[in-house]
Design a protein around this ligand. Structure first.
Ligand SMILES: *Cc1c(COP(=O)(O)O)cnc(C)c1O
Length: 473
């Protein structure tokens, strides 16, 4: 299995070769040359598998340059019930991603039971173990440099803490994350984790990361790596739970299921698209955005108009406050019939701050099952209240965006599965605003805000972060 770039001007590479990097050298994103196919007999065999076996059945078709007995060990180590322990009462931890039935043909898929209470753990935990394995095999090390507004940074740190050959330098905007998110990250005392609180906003952090990565000599010398949402290893880990969710709510493979996905960078729902391309009987993929509705606009009109960071709203589903969906190019590559010249033409415009319009392809979107919708703060509050009142289930603000749009696309006899992308305790203030009460907190996280914290403050200064990396490697 080789991986090619959506822009068609980079050499095809194996999985291990693209694992540690980000963009392809030509600026594109990696995708498999062709999608492995799961037929009816495969699906029947997979239906009875537990999570780790299912993950192996899927990932072993996408990874052929890690011996499969090693891949099996990595997967078994990653998808263990004790790692995804923050389940709801009555759920079975052995399911790893259990479902919650809200009403007939309406379900939540619990993806946020891992160490940092967001779905990003599902992929990041695998990445931590894959990175460690590949680095050890090649005798290399890496310094992961990233920027976070909360969820990505904590998921990366909990996945990489204590791992051999890996250091994490994570920039976050000083005093702008929630108290809970800050405590989650800054209370880590591991020697390979460096939290840097930047006196600026998230975009300043991201600009600092970009500036360091653009210095090719520094990047090479200090082995700067990334774990951002375009990482192919993260996408394939996410494909697995679409299969798991499908089997959980169906009895046979003739049935179809729709998934509603709270979206920002289009990573999570891109994995749904790939699951569908591999043969999973998905009916609709419902893309749910917040007020930052670039993707909703695209799926309704065919016009993709990314907005600059100054035009990105700060909302109460902050992990979706993104106006340029970094994984979207992967889907468009398939949509235009894998014509890389066409992708280059479209992104020549995007990369220079522009937009594109492919409304002539709108009818084709239906072939891929995509529909979309968006929500605002009032919708979110109301959806949280209704889920609590009607189903007795407290959901977080991002999941509320998903449920709100899911309800607009329900059909008789087609189960609708809403992906739960975070637990409500991560966004406590919004839950109190909606319900007048705090969400339940897992016992292991009581008092996390009182733990000893460790971090370094820094001004928006590229030289300072470079010096910090030099001093700590
Ligand atoms: C990252 C994140 C999202 C958005 O996921 P994408 O893959 O970027 O579309 C949604 N909800 C939560 C809670 C997140 O942390």
């Amino acid at each position: 299995m080789k991986y090619i770039s959506t822009r068609g001007q980079s050499p095809a590479l194996g999985f291990s070769e693209i694992l540690l990097g980000g963009l392809a050298p030509d600026g594109g994103l990696y995708l498999p040359e062709s999608y492995p196919q799961f037929n009816e007999a495969d699906l029947t065999a997979m239906r009875g598998m537990d999570y780790a076996h299912l993950a192996f059945a899927i990932l072993s078709r996408l990874v052929d340059d890690i011996p499969h007995e090693d891949l099996k060990i990595i997967i078994d180590k990653t998808y263990r019930p004790d790692v995804y322990a923050y389940i709801r009462p009555g759920q079975n931890a052995a399911d790893i991603t259990p479902t919650v039935k809200l009403e007939d043909n309406l379900y939540l898929l619990s993806l946020s039971n891992g160490p940092t209470l967001a779905f990003k753990d599902m992929a990041m935990q695998l990445l931590g173990n894959l990175f460690e394995y590949v680095l050890e095999k090649t005798g290399k090390t890496t310094n992961i440099l990233g920027a976070t507004s909360g969820d990505t940074g904590s998921a990366a740190e909990y996945a990489m803490r204590g791992k051999k050959g890996i250091r994490v330098f994570m920039l976050s905007p000083n005093k702008k994350m929630s108290r809970f998110q800050t405590a989650q990250m800054f209370s880590l005392q591991d020697e390979n984790i460096f939290n840097i609180a930047v006196n600026g906003v998230f975009d300043d952090c991201q600009d600092m990361v970009k500036a360091v990565s653009n210095d090719a000599a520094f990047k090479e010398k200090y082995k700067i790596g990334a774990v951002n949402s375009i990482n192919w290893g993260r996408i394939i880990a996410q494909v697995v739970y679409y299969f798991k969710g499908y089997f959980a709510v169906t009895e046979n493979n003739a049935q179809k299921v729709s998934f509603a996905v709270p979206s920002g960078n289009f990573g999570n729902v891109c994995a749904g698209h790939i699951a569908r391309m591999m043969g999973l009987p998905i009916d609709k993929l419902v893309v749910a955005t917040n007020e930052n509705d670039v993707l909703d606009e695209f799926f309704k009109t065919g016009a993709y108009r990314p907005r600059g960071s100054v035009n990105t709203y700060h909302t109460s589903s902050p992990s979706m406050d993104i106006s340029k969906a970094s994984n979207f190019e992967r889907f468009v590559f398939d949509l235009v019939g894998r014509d890389s010249a066409k992708v280059r033409e479209l992104w020549a415009s995007v990369d220079s701050g522009g937009a594109f319009d492919i409304k002539q392809l709108l009818p084709k979107l239906a072939d891929y099952g995509f529909v979309s919708g968006s929500s605002n703060h009032a919708n979110r509050m109301q959806t949280i209240r209704e889920a609590d009142a009607n189903y007795g289930v407290v959901i977080d603000t991002h999941t509320a965006d998903g449920l709100k749009v899911a309800l607009e696309y329900r059909e008789v006899n087609v189960p609708m599965v809403v992906l739960e992308t975070a637990l409500p305790v991560k966004f406590e203030d919004s839950i109190i605003e909606a319900l007048g009460k705090a969400p339940e907190r897992p016992a292991a996280l009581y008092g996390i805000e009182d733990l000893l914290q460790k971090h370094t403050e820094m001004n928006v200064d590229v030289a300072a972060i470079k010096q910090f990396i030099v001093d700590n490697t």
